[in-house]
Design a protein around this ligand. Structure first.
Ligand code: G1P
Length: 302
């Protein structure tokens, strides 16, 4: 195990996916840029990393992802136009993403899976622990999940994944963990991980959600991991290896999260996320909630 006492500084955000579930919206726009209310989904993820003190963000991108770079860059023309109009609130909103973090980019090239995307981050990350945040999961900013995971990593070393209890009929959509309890209610030791098992063969109903704090030893394991489910190099398989052979850079622990998580991974989940977050907004919420109440009561309010 390496880098134990090194503070967590770097976040890796895989963003090379094709977003096929949202076509045609994602034909020319990265799925990470789809608005969740009025901010692109990826901005919530970067804000979460920054809130946990991770100001060095590496996005693993692919073709057609230039909009991501533009979003986290300055846009002088737009800023000047808003400035001339005296629209300071919007000016602030436009500037904000470029000041959040030092955002770096690397291209994945071939879409060989999540494990391969993480491996593409190795030269940037080097020999220190790092976090991985998957963009399809949004964690409510009021939930300090990454802080808790970093704390567990500091105590036990190795790697830490976020887990959440799901209905058994949903487990085939996730990595699934076989776990041993620890004295701490929300922390488990993981002794097995399987990617998207059938409900009948799932070792538990604990699903891996898209937050990981990883020991850099995972890179060596990933480099030797053969393609698994779907012919892709799976991060789950590399973590399974670490869980089974902690001497390679383990152990692997899980933080069982019971807070608010929003899934933007498919269309229905995405719609639910937008509605929930819109309802909670101070500016939009009151009016939107009363419209929604009327809509669900009468189906077709004017
Ligand atoms: C990925 C991981 C899976 C994890 C999930 C969380 O799957 O491979 O283990 O449970 O993210 O969202 P994906 O949803 O990218 O297919």
């Amino acid at each position: 195990m390496t880098g134990d006492l090194v503070r967590l500084r770097k976040a890796v955000i895989p963003a090379a996916g094709l977003g096929t579930r949202f076509l045609p919206a994602t034909k020319a726009t990265p799925k990470e840029m789809l608005p969740v209310v009025d901010k692109p989904a990826i901005q919530y993820v970067v804000e979460e990393a920054v809130a946990a003190g991770l100001r060095d963000v590496l996005m693993v991108t692919g073709r057609n992802k230039r909009a991501l770079e533009d979003h986290f860059d300055r846009n002088r023309e737009l800023e000047e136009a808003l400035d001339r109009k005296g629209d300071l609130a919007r000016l602030e909103q436009v500037r904000e993403p470029s000041g959040l973090a030092a955002v770096h980019y690397v291209r994945q090239g071939d879409p060989l899976g999540l494990g391969h995307a993480v491996l593409c981050a190795a030269p940037h990350v080097g020999d220190e622990p790092f976090a991985v945040l998957l963009g399809d999961d949004l964690i409510d900013p009021r939930e300090p999940l990454l802080d808790r995971m970093a704390e567990v990593r500091r105590r036990f070393g190795g790697s830490v994944v976020a887990l959440m209890e799901v209905d058994p009929d949903q487990i085939h959509l996730y990595g699934c963990a076989a776990v041993v309890p620890t004295p701490e209610r929300d922390v488990v030791r993981i002794d097995g991980l399987v990617e998207k098992p059938d409900a009948a063969r799932a070792p538990s109903n604990l699903a891996v959600i898209g937050r990981y704090v990883l020991d850099p030893a995972v890179f060596e394991v990933l480099a030797k991991t053969s393609p698994g489910r779907g012919g892709e190099i799976q991060l789950t398989d590399a973590l399974q290896q670490l869980a089974q052979q902690p001497e390679l850079g383990g152990p692997v622990h899980g933080v069982v999260f019971s807070g608010r998580r929003y899934d933007t991974g498919d269309r229905a989940d995405y719609l639910r996320t937008v509605v929930r977050l819109a309802c909670e907004r101070d500016d939009l919420g009151p009016e939107f909630r009363s419209w929604l109440r009327a809509y669900t009561e009468h189906e077709m309010p004017r």
